[in-house]
Design a protein around this ligand. Structure first.
Ligand SMILES: CC(C)(COP(=O)(O)OP(=O)(O)OC[C@H]1O[C@@H](n2cnc3c(N)ncnc32)[C@H](O)[C@@H]1OP(=O)(O)O)[C@@H](O)C(=O)NCCC(=O)NCCS
Length: 177
């Protein structure tokens, strides 16, 4: 597989609509976008953009909102948070992957794998854990995470909570930031 080079840049206010459009495009492509009117979709996009701008404003906090680029073009959204989490009674550095969406045109070429491996490298270097949640309605993404060594550690009505640790250690409970 020929995986294109990708890079990340910190999102700005001006990216807020674009990032929402990427989420809509990726979710529609999966057939998982709920039926709604154009007005409701525009309203959703406005709300999502407002939330994204709040993330930009909170740049000093644990959250990080980034634009994924290939050849200078915005092709995806990456949202992560960095704090600490408890694994088997031990407080460890934690990265939480709370959003990863790529435009359909660049999917299935290894970019998602490469981004997650970069997060795994960061967590390995810090001796920490990497957490994420994947919706029950997204088995394809779950398959990718399992292939990359994530283990299910919890579940709720919407999502399976998954964790990756360098040594494969995992606790039974996950506290999300
Ligand atoms: C999930 C996603 C980030 C993976 O990145 P990617 O670059 O496409 O994936 P890679 O090429 O590295 O790996 C391919 C694997 O990703 C998964 N995948 C591919 N396209 C996918 C899609 N549209 N939705 C969900 N998972 C997908 C599959 O497990 C695939 O492996 P397979 O050959 O067994 O089918 C990307 O496909 C995407 O943005 N999907 C839509 C949004 C989404 O579901 N995000 C995850 C939310 S938890």
């Amino acid at each position: 597989m020929n995986t294109p080079d990708w890079s990340l840049r910190t999102a700005t206010y001006d990216d807020a609509i674009l990032l929402g459009e990427i989420v809509i495009e990726a979710t529609k492509d999966q057939g998982r976008w709920p039926q709604m009117s154009d007005d409701d979709e525009a309203e959703w996009l406005r709300g999502f953009a407002e939330w994204s701008r709040e993330c930009v404003d909170a740049a000093d906090g644990p959250g990080r909102l980034e634009v994924i680029e290939i050849d200078g073009a915005a092709v995806g959204r990456l949202r992560t948070a960095r704090d600490t989490g408890t694994v088997d009674g031990e407080e460890l550095p934690r990265v939480t992957l709370s959003g990863l969406q790529l435009r359909p045109a660049v999917q299935d070429r290894g970019v998602g794998t490469s981004i997650i491996r970069t997060l795994q490298d960061e967590v390995s270097a810090a001796g920490g854990v990497l957490d994420l949640g994947v919706e029950h309605t997204n088995p394809n993404a779950r398959r990718l995470y399992e292939r990359l060594g994530f283990v299910a550690v919890g579940t709720n009505d919407d999502e399976v909570e998954m964790r990756w640790t360098p040594g494969g250690k995992h606790s039974d409970t996950v506290t999300r930031p």
